[in-house]
Design a protein around this ligand. Structure first.
Ligand SMILES: Cc1cc2nc3c(=O)[nH]c(=O)nc-3n(C[C@H](O)[C@H](O)[C@H](O)COP(=O)(O)OP(=O)(O)OC[C@H]3O[C@@H](n4cnc5c(N)ncnc54)[C@H](O)[C@@H]3O)c2cc1C
Length: 395
């Protein structure tokens, strides 16, 4: 049984390692993208990386740095987070793949996999092209994954522009700060590189041509004062760039039998700071789902609907938490950027007031399979908690 994972970001790598641990012959096809971005991860993600034995990737995670939030005119110091230089982190993920004996096929997947008797994937390796065969395909190309237009859900159209700076001061920190038509994220890594990201609505004037980005971000930074940090003496480094950051939920987490993981299954607003967490969450569940589909076809439908429900639930949970966070910024209520985001995705409360809990039978991950078990459900956890304080059935 040959499985091909398309894409080598955190979701593709963690899925491949999980499948390898279940005894599958799995290869990953991908190439590291060149974006020079810094991202932030929480202690929870750090632990998930450690639990997945991603030793090389963990070696690229900084010590925890102070985190600041400037929101609705108030400034506060909001605990800590870990910073990662994404290209270095992504390269380290490949070293982890190798360490665990998973083959990496260096190349760029063209279009969508085609199904005949087996799956066929068209891959470009520089000047050369090859057609690779597999019995099962995992789509992990992140936001670059091809996506049927029909039925997908998109949040307000959003773009993030990034600029790296060399600063005289070196103290590491991260900060999020609102501006009139968007928000800024700043992250100075312990090596002194300051990464700044301005997230705003797509089509905002002043973002193109590209040469306008550095002066625009420089002006926004000049208006920011963050306690205990200094980034006033700064020089831009390298080229600025733009990434689409619209929240996207495909209609289904499978596409004609191909299972989507990570951002390919749901891409969240970067304000949540939880993209990698969500990617790992689907990637940690996917191997048991695939194992069930292959080994116990009679349970395939249950396993796939467990997976799809979980993704949808997490997507809406983070979208509603994000909506409420946007709504806390009251200075530019009428500005289209804030108005759209304080209303999306709906009016359903992010958390329920009801604290009634009850037992129910729901699918859970159990020793590499998806199985029906008794769980605890509540309004906040409708899919159920299989284990509470170490007790219960399921992993
Ligand atoms: C502006 C912005 C800021 C963000 N900041 C944060 C943050 O601070 N913290 C956080 O946790 N998350 C953040 N995220 C989200 C985070 O980047 C993603 O959720 C996470 O990287 C998704 O992992 P993935 O493996 O699903 O996809 P990706 O990390 O996108 O990996 C996809 C992989 O597939 C490869 N690939 C793509 N197309 C092809 C192809 N055709 N052939 C072969 N390979 C291909 C890519 O090169 C890449 O290696 C941010 C996202 C955005 C847009």
């Amino acid at each position: 049984m040959k499985i091909l994972v398309l894409g080598c970001g955190p979701a593709g790598v963690v899925t491949a390692l999980g499948l390898r641990a279940l005894g599958y012959d799995v290869s990953v096809i991908g190439e590291v993208r060149p974006y020079p971005v810094t991202e932030g991860i929480s202690a929870r993600v750090y632990k998930a990386l450690a639990d997945s034995k991603l030793i090389h990737a963990l070696g690229q995670v900084s010590e925890p740095v102070s985190r600041y939030a400037l929101w609705n005119g108030e400034s506060r110091s909001a605990n800590t987070e870990y910073l990662i230089d994404r290209p270095a982190f992504d390269r380290a993920l490949l070293a982890d793949l190798e360490e665990h004996g998973v083959q990496l096929i260096n190349g760029r997947v063209q279009g969508r996999p085609q199904r005949d008797e087996h799956w066929q994937v068209d891959v470009e390796h520089g000047e050369r092209r090859s057609l690779l065969e597999a019995d099962f395909i995992v789509e992990a190309r992140g936001r670059a994954a091809s996506l049927p237009r029909q039925g997908r859900m998109r949040g307000p159209e959003t773009v993030s522009v990034g600029v790296n700076w060399r600063t005289v001061e070196k103290q590491a920190f991260s900060a999020v700060a609102c501006v009139e038509d968007g928000w800024l994220w700043l992250a100075r890594r312990p090596d002194g590189n300051l990464f700044t990201q301005f997230t705003t609505r797509s089509g905002r004037p002043g973002l193109s041509p590209k040469r306008k980005i550095v002066p625009l971000v420089d002006e926004l930074l000049a208006g920011l004062h963050i306690a205990d940090t200094d980034f006033s003496r700064r020089e831009p480094v390298g080229e600025p760039f733009a990434r689409s950051s619209t929240a996207i939920l495909p209609q289904a987490s499978t596409d004609n039998g191909v299972l989507r993981v990570g951002d390919a299954a749901m891409a969240v607003d970067p304000l949540s700071g939880n993209g990698i967490f969500q990617s790992l969450s689907s990637a940690l569940a996917a191997p048991a789902v695939i194992n069930t589909v292959i080994q116990r076809p009679e349970d395939a439908e249950m396993a796939l609907s467990f997976y799809g429900d979980r993704i949808r639930h997490l997507f809406f949970r983070f979208a509603r938490i994000g909506r409420d966070f946007y709504a806390q910024e009251g200075r530019w209520e009428d500005h289209v950027f804030w108005r759209e985001r304080r209303q999306w995705p709906d009016k359903v409360p992010a958390h329920s007031d009801t604290d009634r809990v009850e037992e129910a039978v729901r699918p859970v991950i159990n020793h590499g399979f998806i199985e029906q078990k008794t769980v605890i459900v509540s309004a906040d956890q409708p899919l159920g908690l299989a284990r509470v304080a170490g007790t219960g059935e399921g992993d």
